[in-house]
Design a protein around this ligand. Structure first.
Ligand code: MN
Length: 151
């Protein structure tokens, strides 16, 4: 079987040709003002990871979550802050983050610009886990984290 190579051309405004703009997650209330583009179809032959591009508008945020799969994230536009385990860090283009298994994380734009993130995950991955009341209480022990998190 011959597998066709692909070139996904960049259009403009952080859109790629033939890549639909989707909701971040199908449903839920644990996030705000965030979109997803799955740059490559996850069912492509031999592809065992997935590159996704997320944008979070000013005032928005991704879910506060953790899971067993890892994230590799590159910041492509804007500035942001991210909860990385027990710390809040600032990020800017073209910073690269490794988020290990079982690590709480949440992204938020900093300032008025949209935050754009290219995020790689395993194709086969576990579902994100949201914080329980006990988890939140533990996270909130750290003042910087307490001020930062939205859940
Ligand atoms: Mn995640």
């Amino acid at each position: 079987m011959t597998i066709k190579p692909l070139l996904i051309k960049f259009k403009q405004n952080f859109r790629w040709f033939r890549v639909p703009l989707k909701q971040y997650k199908p449903d839920g209330t644990t996030f705000k003002d965030i979109t997803r583009q799955t740059i490559l179809d996850e069912d492509l032959p031999g592809l065992n990871f997935s590159p996704r591009y997320f944008e979070i508008k000013a005032g928005g945020y991704s879910s506060l979550e953790k899971h067993q799969h890892v994230h590799v994230v590159f910041v492509l536009r804007g500035k942001g802050r991210v909860l990385l385990g027990a710390e809040v860090k600032e990020v800017a283009p073209f910073d690269c983050l490794y988020i290990p298994p079982d690590t709480w994380h949440q992204f938020q734009p900093l300032g008025k610009k949209t935050l754009g993130l290219l995020c790689f995950v395993d194709k086969d991955r576990d579902r994100p886990q949201l914080p329980s009341a006990d988890d939140l209480e533990e996270l909130r022990q750290n003042e910087a984290v307490e001020k930062f998190i939205k859940a």
